[in-house]
Design a binder for this molecule. Structure first.
Ligand code: CMP
Length: 159
């Protein structure tokens, strides 16, 4: 793809993913896809962060429930990189609501809920930048050469 962009996507494994023991399986899917892991940490989100994170949902009737769910346990935050990574990651996740998500996608395989939908992924380069800044300090992000890229991408795609 001539105009494909190298992008980063912020992914959160939500409290239900940790409680249900899905972390390893989900990370494995991203690795096998050929994406590059640039940051990974376990943490609690707080109300202040979530008000910024979900700014566009602040007026929605489900916002209080959403923040209560997202602070109910630890989450795993990750930063992944790849060509057109944002769309590729969202495809791996499947559509928002678990019972509607396509079988084979993460939500399609592991969720039956609109809110307890296991995973969050950035929806645009602008959101990814904002989310990266909210979650990761600069020294928590690792840039390195990934040898596998020689096999994941063609010569043209690597240049
Ligand atoms: P996420 O991708 O993290 O973006 C916003 C989240 O809000 C979404 O996943 C769901 O977990 C949640 N959400 C979206 N719509 C609803 C809804 N109608 N009721 C409850 N939760 C919702």
């Amino acid at each position: 793809m001539a105009n494909a962009q190298l992008q980063k996507s912020v992914v959160l494994l939500k409290p239900d993913a940790l409680q249900r023991g899905l972390v390893g399986n989900i990370i494995s899917r991203f690795e096998k896809k050929g994406l590059k892991l640039m940051a990974l940490k376990m943490m609690y989100l707080n109300q202040e962060m979530l008000e910024k994170w979900y700014e566009h949902h602040k007026e929605k009737p489900f916002f209080a429930d959403l923040t209560s769910f997202m602070t109910s346990g630890p989450i795993v935050a990750m930063l992944w990189e790849g060509l057109e990574c944002i769309a590729a990651v969202r495809k791996l996740c499947g559509v928002t609501t678990g019972y509607e998500a396509e079988a084979g996608s993460i939500r399609g395989d592991f969720s039956m809920s609109q809110q307890h939908n296991v995973i969050h992924a950035s929806d645009s380069p602008e959101t990814a930048k904002k989310e990266q800044e909210l979650i990761f300090d600069k020294d928590e992000v690792f840039d390195y050469d990934k040898g596998e890229y020689l096999w994941v991408y063609s010569l043209e795609e690597r240049n």
